[in-house]
Structures are given as structure tokens and as C-alpha cells.
Design a protein around this ligand. Structure first.
Ligand SMILES: Cc1cc2nc3c(=O)[nH]c(=O)nc-3n(C[C@H](O)[C@H](O)[C@H](O)COP(=O)(O)O)c2cc1C
Length: 406
């Protein structure tokens, strides 16, 4: 799926550390551990997170690919230690001599990879499944996304997100607001989300969302929701219609659906556009030196007054902000017991509860930013690619000149 950026993540939830390696980042990009830590810390926040987030304060160690604060153009290796490791050293040990020191997990939790994963990989201890299928892995993707964001920021491309809905409570006046809005308004929404414990830009809705999360905590239940990722500053021309897999909307959806617990993705007006007549769905085209939107530089003077397409037409960015939305299911680990069957005894039991989040939609929205940033960075490098930042900047400048003379 990725053409220029290649990456892999590794690591178990209670293992020693998470690891990731990414190849394809050009040389001479400024990169510090604190750039990555900032994103890791954003992922750990949010009202409704479980106890673990209090134990872990993630820190990224750059192991390779960076020298004296600049990327080398070689693969970048990152390690994020699991701070809880000391309590898991024997249970998660890689040594055969420690076999059997942990309690065997035989009770699959509904809504998790537990049962299907154990059957697929022939594991009789479900810990072998849940350790890797856990969303702890998203810390690694967030770290890689931080590098992608850093690259994009050199070209004034900003990846932002906010929560539009939790447990059926929709934030008032937020959904679709980014569509057809100026970058300034989108940045304001983002600023308010950053200050909110549930990443909700609307204060009244924020209070309602906090109170339903508190209710779910009390009742031993969990909640899902919807978040929106908005990317501003993307020039016309990323992605392509020429092959299905190059379509930018397809690539973004794939990346977002790759996040644990994401069950649906929309681009622009998405499902809503299926309910509207064609005359109300398309974004009419205008041209002018001074438009109401600060995107002209990105599309050579062509602009839209609306952005129902979510900034993508025919799989290609239009120069308008890119808007994607993802739906997250409720957290499957519940204090309220769910029925399941023990894989050894084949007897019914109430699924066990392990320390868990009650609502992780705010955190998922930060992960959403990261995976979207990786897709946009890859598409950007496909179009303007070079080995060094200097080369890419030159290519980009030339392209902007070209579209401005179009
Ligand atoms: C940021 C984030 C945090 C999550 N935290 C938890 C959690 O604490 N407990 C839990 O049971 N599931 C949590 N999940 C969801 C599960 O990882 C996910 O539902 C499970 O792995 C099954 O995958 P699926 O829902 O994609 O089928 C979280 C997901 C994300 C994105």
C-alpha cells in the first residue's frame, strides 16, 4: 500500500518494549525525541482511559537513522519501553525456562481477537493473542505518524482531529463544519479540541459527553464514538485515479480501518451524500485571485465554496482541506459481564475483566491523525520525492509554480 514509506511495528502489550522501523524518510529533516513524545503523550490522554495510562508515560528512544538532530535518509528505528515490564518479566519472558510461570488465559473475551486468534495461531494460552492484538500497538504507529507530521509541517501541511460524537451524543455544530471552512476556523476547532478532556470542540457537548462516560464507568459499561481528521495545506494532485489502490480516499480509509476498534470510515459527506440529490452534493468550481478560502496557493486559483467531497475528487486531492471521519465501536472489555466459553472446559462463563479503558475515542482520534499523516506523507513523497529535504522542497516549489500558471 505504501510506496515510499515502508514501516513495521513490533511488540507485545506487556512485553519489554514496542519497536518500529520506518524507511523512506528523506535526509536532513529535523527530528528530536521530544517531537515524538509530544504525540505519544496526546495519545495517552482523554477522559475514560483506564489505569494503565497513569502507569505509562511513553518515551520514544530513537535508535537509528538520526544524527545530530537530523534524519540521515536511512531507516529510522524507535523503541518505546513498557514501563510496567518489571511486573511482567517472567510472564512475558522470551526464555523457555520461564514457561508456565504465568496463569494460562483460557477465557476469550467477546469483541476481541481472543478466540479467532487462538484458533488461527493454535494457541492454548490466549495471552499469546491478546498481547499483540491490544491497541497498545497504536503507540508505535503514533510515533511513526509523528515523523510523518514533522515532514509534512515543513510544507505547511497540518493534520488535526477532534471528536464529533461519543455514545450517541453528537457534538453540536461540529460535524461537517470543517467542510468548506477556512483553515483558520479548522485550526480553532482543533485548538478547542486540544484543550478538551474528550477532544470535543463544543463546550456544552463536552460536558454531556463527560457525564455519559462517567455513567458508563459507574455501570461497568463502555462507549464508542466518532472522530474527524482534517488535513489542511495539501496541494491539488496527491493520489491518483489511475489505479484503485492509488486513490487517496481508499488509502486513507484503509489506514483508518487498520486502527483497532474502527468500524466505519467516511470521506467528506460520506454516507450523508447518499441521501442527498446530486445537485446538492458536488462542490462547484470557482476561480479568482482572492477567494474566501486560503487554499488558492494549493490549487492555482481554483477553489470551491463548499467541500462536501472532503477535499478529494477522483481519488486526487483538490487543494481543499481533506476531511475523513471514523466510527469506533465501544471498548469490548467490560466490567458488566459478557457471556463466553472457556476454550479448555468448553463451559460457559462470564468474561473476565482486566484493567481497561471505558472510552478511548479521544485517543483513537490522535492515532487517526498519525495513520492519516503517514498516508499523506507517502503520497507527498510519491509526487515530490527526492533523497533529501532540499531536493523535495525544490520539487514542491516547482510544482506550485506549475499549478499557479495552469
Ligand atoms: C486507542 C485505543 C485504546 C483502546 N483501549 C482498549 C482497552 O483499554 N480495552 C479494550 O478492551 N479495548 C481497547 N481498545 C479496542 C481493542 O483494541 C479492539 O476492540 C480489539 O483489539 C478488537 O479489535 P476490533 O475491535 O478491531 O475487532 C482500544 C482501541 C484503541 C484504538
Amino acid at each position: 500500500m505504501f510506496e515510499k514509506l515502508k514501516y513495521l511495528t513490533s511488540g507485545e502489550s506487556h512485553g519489554k518494549a514496542l519497536l518500529c522501523v520506518m524507511d523512506g524518510i528523506p535526509s536532513n529533516l529535523s527530528l528530536a525525541e521530544k517531537d515524538i513524545d509530544m504525540e505519544l503523550s496526546r495519545r495517552q490522554k482523554g477522559h475514560g482511559r483506564g489505569g494503565r495510562m497513569k502507569i505509562e508515560s511513553d518515551h520514544a528512544q530513537i535508535l537509528s537513522g538520526v544524527r545530530w538532530g537530523k534524519t540521515l535518509g536511512s531507516p529510522i528505528g524507535i523503541m518505546i519501553e513498557n514501563r510496567d515490564w518489571k511486573n511482567w518479566e517472567t510472564i512475558m519472558s522470551c526464555h523457555g525456562r520461564d514457561k508456565g510461570k504465568g496463569v494460562q488465559v483460557t477465557r476469550p473475551r467477546p469483541g476481541h481477537a481472543d478466540l479467532a486468534g487462538a484458533m488461527k495461531f493454535s494457541h492454548r494460552d490466549i495471552r499469546n493473542v491478546l498481547e499483540r492484538s491490544s491497541a497498545r500497538e497504536t503507540a508505535a504507529r503514533t510515533a511513526l505518524g509523528a515523523i510523518a507530521k514533522k515532514l509534512l509541517s515543513e510544507f505547511d501541511i497540518k493534520v488535526m482531529s477532534y471528536v464529533t460524537e461519543v455514545g450517541g451524543i453528537e457534538a453540536q455544530g461540529i460535524r461537517y463544519k470543517a467542510q468548506g471552512s477556512e483553515i483558520k476556523i479548522i485550526s480553532e476547532l482543533f485548538g478547542r479540541a486540544e484543550a478538551s478532556p474528550v477532544r470535543c470542540p463544543d463546550k456544552k457537548s463536552e460536558e454531556r459527553i463527560i457525564s455519559i462516560i462517567d455513567k458508563a464507568i459507574k455501570e461497568g459499561d463502555s462507549l464508542g464514538g466518532v472522530f474527524e481528521v482534517v488535513i489542511t495545506g495539501v496541494p491539488v494532485g496527491l493520489g491518483s485515479y489511475s489505479q484503485w489502490g492509488s486513490r487517496l480516499n481508499a488509502r486513507l480509509s484503509y489506514a483508518l480501518m487498520g486502527i483497532q476498534a474502527i468500524k466505519g470510515v467516511e470521506v467528506g459527506f460520506g454516507f450523508e451524500s447518499a441521501r442527498m440529490p446530486g445537485s446538492e452534493v458536488m462542490d462547484e468550481i470557482f476561480y479568482g485571485k482572492r477567494s474566501a478560502f486560503s487554499v488558492q496557493r494549493l490549487a492555482g486559483g481554483f477553489y470551491r465554496k463548499t467541500n462536501k467531497s472532503g477535499g478529494i475528487e477522483g481519488g486526487i486531492s483538490t487543494g481543499m482541506p481533506i476531511v475523513v471521519r471514523a466510527a469506533m465501536k465501544p471498548i469490548p472489555t467490560l466490567r458488566k459481564p459478557l457471556s463466553s466459553v472457556d476454550i479448555e472446559t468448553k463451559r460457559r462463563f462470564d468474561a473476565a475483566y482486566e484493567r481497561s479503558d471505558v472510552c478511548a475515542v479521544p485517543a483513537a482520534s490522535v492515532v487517526g491523525e498519525a495513520v492519516a499523516a503517514l498516508v499523506i506523507a507517502d503520497s507527498f513523497l510519491c509526487k515530490f520525492g527526492g533523497d533529501s529535504m532540499e531536493e523535495i522542497k525544490r520539487n514542491y516549489k516547482g510544482y506550485l509554480r506549475q499549478i499557479n500558471n495552469f
